[in-house]
Design a protein around this ligand. Structure first.
Ligand code: NFE
Ligand code: MG
Length: 574
């Protein structure tokens, strides 16, 4: 039997347009893989020539999923360029807005985008609701908590809803799942427990959106952040608004502890084989720009919740933004060599697809094959995201991250090596969600205390006489999916160059000038698939990164001229 060439396009349950091509050998093992963004869009180019104070409002439109994060980074890049330090209230509000995004994104990702890679929803129909209570108690106990739901009537009710749904034959978004695939490993009761939490998380996620809106003014796309600080003055003057934020946070945190973490222990245990053999581990080089300032001592001097750093080959090194570069050898852009973002270029050069066989056009993998550029750090390919944050924090000796990671491994009686896998990437996201919810309780109390003590300052006045000034700056943070940076160069008061190098650019990128794989590509190599025509394992690993392709590609042609035409094959075929 010869190798099979699989195309999964589009990858669903993500943001944007992502295509994965994989070569599977006669043992059903993935031996080669390519990641491609098939959509051309973006923002960097339209920022050129603008007033730097307007960048945030435009840059935020890069994405509505990691909503507000591009807005904040863009504003911070301009603040950095002009040396503006924001007041304490502004720092705390920005942390709380971004923290709400983490809680929202991570819970929605786990339940609504990723869970069905682990949970066979059809098997929940066979579950015994009473035994499901035992199951809920068991995993909550391991997580050191009490279960979010432990009521057989509730489980029975969910099962009835599911039965009605199936009987009507309107499976909707569940119609095309690979139900019954041998690589689904949960018991019927475990499936019912997860489906119950899935439905409850649908309701609950609204609370995280409300939290962002309390200080952000709205969600998605908050609008209370400006160069110099924040504008939510009335909300800070009103203790009831801060109190409401805390109430919503408390409720959301209870779900994280009573449902999300126990479900991660359950899935991690049932899929332990895959975690132990390192399925989906990929590059195993990790980068963190660093994020969430804990002090008010100015730019890039503060202690951070997620410390910056790089772990390559298991060894820690300091992060230096000078070593970030983007290469376009295999991306549909013009360019000769990797460029630092201050010098970065975005010149489209669409060269189309490669060979066509049996009616399917395949990517030209020897040439250019994606709209995503290839970021490189110090001539190394790296992964970013929750796993990178936990690994870098742990290896660097960060006390808080060390405690959360160790507690997680100890409670589950798991060796650290489980983290270097698809399961581990998913677990790392849950670990940091709990950490974030706990730390946000501290921040909201700090905010209440500070305002009650009479500090209502929200904005630092500064001399914006930049018309005569040339400057450059960067806004570096940790977005939910990983390291996010905006670099801005200002000349005579206008934006001269603007580049964003963001989480999904790092992870979803194609090969680079040395033909080295990006993080998605590397993570698929060596994975065994149960059935080549049901690429469940590909979805599982790709989803573990929580792809956002809108973020990864951010170009538009402002003159409206045609940049090339191509058709996207929307069938998943061999
Ligand atoms: Ni569009 Fe995003 C996050 C950013 S992914 S979701 O998190 O930046 O690149
Ligand atoms: Mg970019």
């Amino acid at each position: 039997m010869s190798n099979k060439h699989i195309v999964v396009d589009p990858i669903t349950r993500i943001e944007g347009h992502l295509r994965i091509e994989a070569i599977i050998d006669e043992n059903n093992t993935i031996v080669d893989a390519y990641s491609s963004s098939t959509m051309f869009r973006g923002i960097e180019e339209i920022l050129k020539g603008r007033d730097p104070r307007d960048c945030g409002l435009l840059a935020m439109r890069i994405c509505g999923v990691c909503t507000g994060t591009h807005y904040q980074r863009s504003i911070e890049a301009v603040e950095h360029a002009f040396g503006v330090t924001i007041p304490k209230n502004a720092r705390l509000v920005r942390n709380l807005i971004q923290g709400s995004l983490y809680l929202h994104d991570h819970v929605v990702h786990f339940y609504h985008l990723h869970a069905l890679d682990w949970v066979d929803i059809t098997k929940a129909l066979e579950a015994d609701p009473q035994k499901t209570v035992d199951e809920a108690k068991k995993w909550a106990k391991i997580a050191g908590t009490t279960p979010w739901v432990a009521d057989s009537a509730k489980f029975g009710e969910v099962q009835d809803r599911l039965k009605k749904f199936v009987k009507q034959g309107r499976l909707g978004i569940f119609a095309k799942g690979y139900w019954g695939n041998p690589h689904y490993k949960l018991t019927p009761e475990q499936n019912l427990l997860a489906v119950t939490h899935y439905l409850q998380a649908l309701d609950l996620q609204r609370d995280a959106a409300k939290m962002m809106a309390i200080f952000g003014g709205k969600n998605p796309h908050p609008q209370s952040i400006v160069v110099g600080g924040v504008t939510c003055v009335q909300d800070l003057k009103n203790p009831a608004r801060i109190g409401l934020f805390k109430e919503l946070l408390k409720g959301f945190r209870a779900f994280i502890k009573g449902a999300y973490l126990p479900d991660i222990y359950m899935a991690g245990t049932m899929y332990a084989d895959e975690a132990l053999d390192g399925t989906g581990g990929g590059l195993k080089n990790y980068l963190v720009y660093g994020g969430f300032r804990l002090q008010d001592n100015g730019f890039y001097k503060s202690e951070l919740l997620f410390p910056s750093g790089v772990v390559v080959g298991g060894k820690y090194q300091e992060f230096d933004q000078e070593k970030v570069a983007e290469d376009v050898t295999h991306a549909w852009y013009q360019g000769e060599k990797p460029l630092h973002p201050f010098e970065g270029q975005t010149i489209p050069n669409y060269t189309g697809f490669g060979k066509k066989e049996g009616g399917i056009a395949y990517l030209d993998t020897k040439g250019k094959y994606s709209w995503i550029k290839s970021p490189i750090y110090d001539d190394t390919r790296v992964e970013v995201g929750p796993l990178a944050r936990m690994v870098v924090g742990y290896v660097k000796g960060d006390k808080r991250i060390g405690e959360y990671v160790e507690k997680f491994l100890k409670n589950g009686d798991l060796p650290a090596k489980v983290l270097y896998s698809t399961v581990g990437r998913t677990a790392a996201r849950a670990i940091e969600t709990e950490l974030m919810a706990d730390v946000m309780m501290e921040w909201v109390d700090e905010l209440a205390k500070n305002t009650a003590a009479g500090d209502l300052s929200t904005w630092t006045e500064f001399d914006f006489d930049y018309v005569s000034k040339d400057a450059k700056g960067y806004g570096l943070e940790e977005a939910p999916r990983g390291s996010l940076g905006h670099w801005v160069k200002i000349k005579e008061g206008k934006v001269e160059n603007y580049q964003a190098v963001v989480p999904s650019t790092w992870n979803a990128a194609p090969r680079d000038y040395k033909n080295r794989m990006g993080a998605y590509e590397a993570s698929l190599i060596g994975t065994k698939v149960a059935k080549a025509e049901e690429p469940l394992e590909i979805l599982r690993t790709i989803h573990s990164f929580d792809p956002c392709i809108a973020c990864a590609v951010h170009i538009v042609d402002t003159k409206g001229k045609s940049l090339g035409e191509f058709k996207v094959n929307t069938s998943c075929s061999i």
